[in-house]
Design a protein around this ligand. Structure first.
Ligand code: FAD
Length: 168
């Protein structure tokens, strides 16, 4: 079977297909907005190296292990690329403004109540000790808390208003 047709690569393989896996941009390609393209590609390489060490360099065992070790972080990474800082090229001014408001609300809340609210994902990404999965989970948890906090604020204001006009 002919698997390569570039001018310099021409490989002919017989028998079972060789196991393959994807790394770097080939698996998580996204715009450079969050500045994680190189870091995440290098992380892929480190984890592949770890998988190879654990399997005595047996590639057919190493690649499934690599994928099982790496995949939990890949989806969060792609979601972070879509949400952490998506409008840096002013593609959509109204949505960029909404994103900026959201960013500063999270920043403010995380400064006032750091044990409840996490800083915005774009700031968390700078912390190399957190995995993309952990950052995504923290951002999601803060989103839920913001909704709950907003709902409590609106209910409180409504109760106050009803009390003020003599409803109860
Ligand atoms: C404009 C721009 C700005 C960026 N800014 C940042 C930044 O600030 N910070 C950051 O972390 N990341 C940034 N990135 C993203 C970063 O460059 C990529 O995420 C990173 O290079 C991915 O590495 P990779 O090895 O997966 O792919 P690549 O670096 O694309 O390497 C793939 C290589 O494979 C070669 N190749 C392709 N096809 C074949 C073939 N058939 N045969 C042989 N060779 C082949 C290509 O020529 C290339 O050299 C930016 C990207 C762009 C486009």
């Amino acid at each position: 079977m002919l698997v390569g047709n570039s001018p310099t690569v021409n490989i002919r393989i017989t028998g079972d297909p060789l196991p393959t896996s994807k790394l770097g941009d080939a698996v998580h390609c996204f715009p450079p907005d969050i500045g994680q393209g190189v870091n995440s590609a290098l992380e892929d390489v480190c984890i592949l190296n770890q998988a190879l060490s654990q399997t005595n360099d047996i590639i057919s065992n190493a690649l499934p292990l690599f994928e099982s070790l790496r995949s939990p972080d890949i989806k969060p990474l792609i979601l972070l690329a879509q949400t952490a800082f998506p409008w840096q090229y002013n593609q959509d001014i109204p949505r960029k403004r909404l994103w900026t408001i959201n960013f500063f609300i999270r920043l403010l809340l995380s400064r006032i109540l750091p044990f409840i609210f996490s800083p915005p994902a774009f700031i968390l990404i700078q912390n190399h000790q957190l995995s993309y999965g952990e950052i995504w989970a923290m951002a999601q948890r803060t989103t839920i808390y913001i909704y709950v906090f907003g709902l409590m604020l609106m209910s409180g204001s409504l109760a106050w208003f009803l009390y003020d006009i003599g409803w109860f």
